[in-house]
Design a protein around this ligand. Structure first.
Ligand SMILES: [Zn+2]
Length: 401
């Protein structure tokens, strides 16, 4: 009885705190509302998650996009923490806001254990694992070790794990969990897994596979891309993803694999996903000071590498880099980004750390410039790559076209 009353009070507190936060212009309020609710009733997230079918999505890159694709693919009325607040408070606020029996929840990598423990998901999607925010995040192998324990517990409760077979750190974490659906999304980043996550010997790689002499090997995948077709289990169909980049096809592949596990028709889900052309401002075409731009987010070397592979090949590009708390204060990761692929193009350096960026680009042999004045307006869409807070600044300072 007292527990029920306490949960009701906590839910009301989440709603009212969020309302006040929104009305007073202090942000979306999702985090502060959830924190207040969890302080009043620490079991609130678990109570809110009970009797729902939940997919949890985690990994270093692509969480928000994959979550959005899974929500779209599942159909109408799916609860989700679409503001990107991916720790327990954010998940709590999302589930208070929407009582749908279906939810797709993005989880911070480091908080996966707590989020899974509280929400008892039917499916856990693990996209990838690479270095991120050098001064804030744990070393990748520490996270992989924590994930192993999470998967072992979740699997004992019947959860299915949808995991990236191309990423040795993800495989190391999920290798011994029983209920795994292995996927093979396009994965080009290998710099965080030169050595085996299990025994530290150098990993062997061919064009198609990776393996270690200790027995940790790339599992064969039941979901993969074959040209423009996607294969998910026994189904083969054209993958109609509107978002640019092969990495987004991979995100869609993993979202579709997860949806099959909760009983969704995969072909219908793929058609619904095609309607997604923008995710939280990402990939959106907007106007900054008269220039039409397409905003792209990349936060770390792996994210930049994936984005640079797919950002069209000619003309000027803008790149904006900050190093605030949410970005990580240490921008030395810029030296791990393969900016050399931009040789022959001109890059306008923006953001708080534009000089660090210009220096890095100079070493890469890229024609870079720091221009404090208004841009020369070009009669075409310019791609703008930005890291986390730089992206938020650009989104705030731009207008829809
Ligand atoms: Zn090994």
């Amino acid at each position: 009885m007292w527990r029920t009353v306490r949960l009701q009070i906590a839910k009301a507190a989440v709603r009212s705190t969020n309302w006040i936060s929104l009305r007073t212009g202090r942000g979306s309020g999702t985090v502060i509302g959830g924190m207040v609710g969890l302080t009043i009733a620490p079991g609130l997230l678990e109570a809110l998650a009970a009797n729902r079918r939940i997919i949890v999505v985690s990994g270093t890159n692509g969480k928000t996009t994959t979550t959005a694709l899974a929500v779209a693919g599942w159909g109408d009325d799916v609860a989700s923490n679409d503001t990107g607040a991916n720790m327990p408070a954010g998940l709590t606020a999302a589930l208070v806001r929407n009582r749908s029996p279906r939810a797709v929840l993005e989880s911070d990598e480091a908080w996966l254990g707590a989020n899974v423990e509280a929400t008892h998901p039917a499916v856990i999607v693990i996209l990838n694992l690479s270095r991120d925010q050098l001064d804030r995040a744990s070393e990748v192998r520490q996270i992989a070790d924590r994930w192993r324990a999470v998967f072992a517990t979740a699997q004992s409760r019947g959860a299915v794990i949808v995991a990236n077979a191309m990423d040795p750190l993800v495989v190391y974490a999920a290798f011994e969990a029983g209920n795994v659906r292995w996927c093979a999304p396009p994965t080009s980043w290998t710099a965080d897994t030169m050595s085996c996550p299990r025994c530290t010997a150098p990993l062997h790689r061919s064009d198609e596979r990776w393996w270690c002499s200790c027995g940790l090997v790339q599992p064969s995948a039941s979901s993969y891309l074959d040209g423009t077709a996607a294969v998910v289990g026994d189904e083969r169909f054209e993958i109609p993803v509107t978002l640019p980049g092969s990495f987004n096809q991979g995100n869609a592949l993993m979202a579709l694999t997860a949806l099959v596990e909760v009983g969704v028709d995969v072909r219908r889900a793929a058609l619904r996903m095609a309607a997604v052309d923008e995710v939280a401002g990402r990939y959106g075409v907007r106007r900054i000071g008269g220039q039409v731009v397409r905003l792209l987010l990349a936060k770390n070397p792996a994210g930049f590498a994936a984005m640079l592979e797919d950002v069209g090949g000619e003309g000027d590009l803008w790149v904006s880099i900050n190093a605030r708390v949410a970005d990580g204060h240490d921008p030395s990761w810029l030296y791990d980004v393969p900016f050399e692929v931009l040789r022959g193009r001109r890059v306008r350096c923006l953001g708080d750390r534009r000089l660090d960026l210009a220096t890095r680009l100079w070493y890469a042999g890229v024609d870079a410039y720091v221009d404090e004045g208004p841009p020369v307006i070009e009669d075409r869409v310019i791609d703008v790559l930005a890291n986390y807070t730089a992206f938020s600044d650009l989104l705030r300072d731009s207008q829809p076209c």
